[in-house]
Design a protein around this ligand. Structure first.
Ligand SMILES: Cc1cc2nc3c(=O)[nH]c(=O)nc-3n(C[C@H](O)[C@H](O)[C@H](O)COP(=O)(O)OP(=O)(O)OC[C@H]3O[C@@H](n4cnc5c(N)ncnc54)[C@H](O)[C@@H]3O)c2cc1C
Length: 397
């Protein structure tokens, strides 16, 4: 009896979304090939592991899906289909022990990505998935996918394709956004790729230099209708840290960035304290002793508050509403993630491109955005899962 020839699915990109799509297609009986332009797999996932690998968030699913701004509407069913609890089960099935850290962030106890990636690749190979590294996808010739490979150029015509090419942040890890031109030529609409979850560029004056690398603890940033309380770090380039990263979207939208240096005190309480200040105590000593501001916060206050207002009411106001002057969000090269990508109107609810039936898209290359906190990797895994099962359905139908 002859063996039945299996249909070929090609996944381009070996990040979390690509590997998840590959697994779903293999489980549905397709022959699966994952192609990666870099010499090794999932480099950005491994890099995410350097900061502990925040896999998901313990939020209730209803809360979780609201973190995706405008994309919440279309991404909601996809996140509910493979939700944070499924991410936990998936990681545990790969022998990872997890723990819940601050603000519900879920991490592997190992605090790195290499063990989970190793187990996953072994599992995928066991399920029949094969891999080609050093293969760069350059577009289509008719219905064939074109690759530059170490052995020369190669054309392959699969039954179904899933593009999981990543965004444009940290391009040295592989996702360089060069796919934008290729897809736009096919009639796919792409929202400009911009940095998301990135530090803020600030041309500091000389007096701030002594604080480089030091934290600003317990502050609250606000911009537009976003508020974020936590910590930031003063760096040579400006400000870093998750509290500032979550302001990126609003800053790109042209909103001012304000900081509240004393989020635990009301303006009235601060005013009362200022009114009681003895005239022989300098204002900086008062800030340090009576308001307990750290030297970093005092420096920030003078950096952006000068010329200081003369009246006490305005001083109290500025301590709660200090406007940060800056040069905008940092570059894509330094960003944790990317905003922009393939617009929703260019793919259907199954993540198939309207312009290219049989070609599905998933992961950070789509037009959605979320803060740090485990939302990014979970969304990439959920989108990869959704693209994989729908690609399998399409090819089998
Ligand atoms: C420093 C850092 C820390 C992070 N930490 C976290 C974290 O703790 N938690 C979290 O949720 N998220 C984190 N992220 C974000 C997360 O890693 C990404 O959102 C996620 O990896 C995106 O997955 P993806 O599969 O869409 O794309 P990617 O992981 O970017 O994978 C895409 C792959 O496609 C390949 N590729 C691109 N073009 C081609 C081509 N033409 N031919 C062949 N292959 C191609 C690329 O080489 C790449 O390997 C972090 C990111 C960075 C940079």
């Amino acid at each position: 009896m002859q063996n039945k020839v299996r249909k070929l699915a090609i996944i381009i990109g070996s990040g979390p979304s690509g590997l998840m799509a590959a697994e779903q297609l293999a489980l549905k009986g397709l022959e699966v090939l994952v192609v990666e332009r870099k010499p090794s797999l999932a480099r950005k996932f491994l890099m995410a592991g350097k900061s502990g690998l925040n896999l998901t968030n313990d939020d209730k699913i209803e809360e979780f899906t609201t973190k995706f701004y405008e994309a919440s509407e279309w991404i909601d069913p996809i996140l509910k289909n493979f939700c944070p609890k499924d991410v936990v089960k998936w990681a545990e099935s790969l022998n990872e022990n997890l723990f819940v850290g601050s603000s519900g962030r879920v991490f592997p106890v190992a605090m790195k990505a290499s063990p989970i990636l190793r187990s996953w690749i072994i599992k995928l190979k066991g399920e029949g998935v094969s891999f080609k590294t050093g293969w760069n996808w350059t577009g289509w010739k008719g219905d064939d996918l074109c690759f530059d490979t170490p052995e020369g150029s190669n054309l392959i015509r699969p039954s179904v394709t899933v593009l999981c090419l990543g965004g444009g942040s940290w391009p040295r890890l592989g996702s360089n956004g060069l796919w934008v031109d290729v897809l736009e030529k096919e009639g796919v609409e792409v929202e400009e790729l911009k940095s998301a979850n990135v530090g803020l560029l600030i041309p500091w004056s000389k007096k701030v230099e002594v604080h480089f690398g030091k934290p600003l603890k317990n502050i609250a940033f606000s911009s537009g209708n976003l508020v974020s309380r936590g910590e930031a770090v003063i760096s040579k380039k400006g400000l870093e840290g998750s509290a500032i990263y979550s302001m990126t979207k609003s800053i790109w939208n042209g909103n001012k960035l304000m900081v509240d240096l004393l989020p635990d005190l009301t303006e009235n309480v601060i005013l009362h304290k200022i009114n009681q200040r003895k005239s022989k105590i300098s204002f900086s000593n008062f800030l340090r002793k009576s308001l307990k501001l750290s030297s970093q916060k005092i420096t920030l206050f003078y950096e952006f508050g000068i010329p200081l207002p003369k009246d006490n009411e305005s001083l109290a106001f500025v301590l709660k509403n200090l406007q940060i002057n800056h040069q905008g969000p940092g570059l894509l090269d330094d960003a944790i993630s990317t905003s922009g990508g393939v617009k929703k109107k260019s793919f259907n609810n199954n993540l198939m491109l309207n312009a290219r039936p049989g070609v599905f898209v998933a992961g950070e290359m789509l037009d959605w955005e979320a803060p740090t906190g485990g939302y990014l990797l979970t969304a990439c895994l959920s989108l990869g899962y959704w693209a994989g099962i729908n690609a399998a359905k399409w090819v089998n139908s």
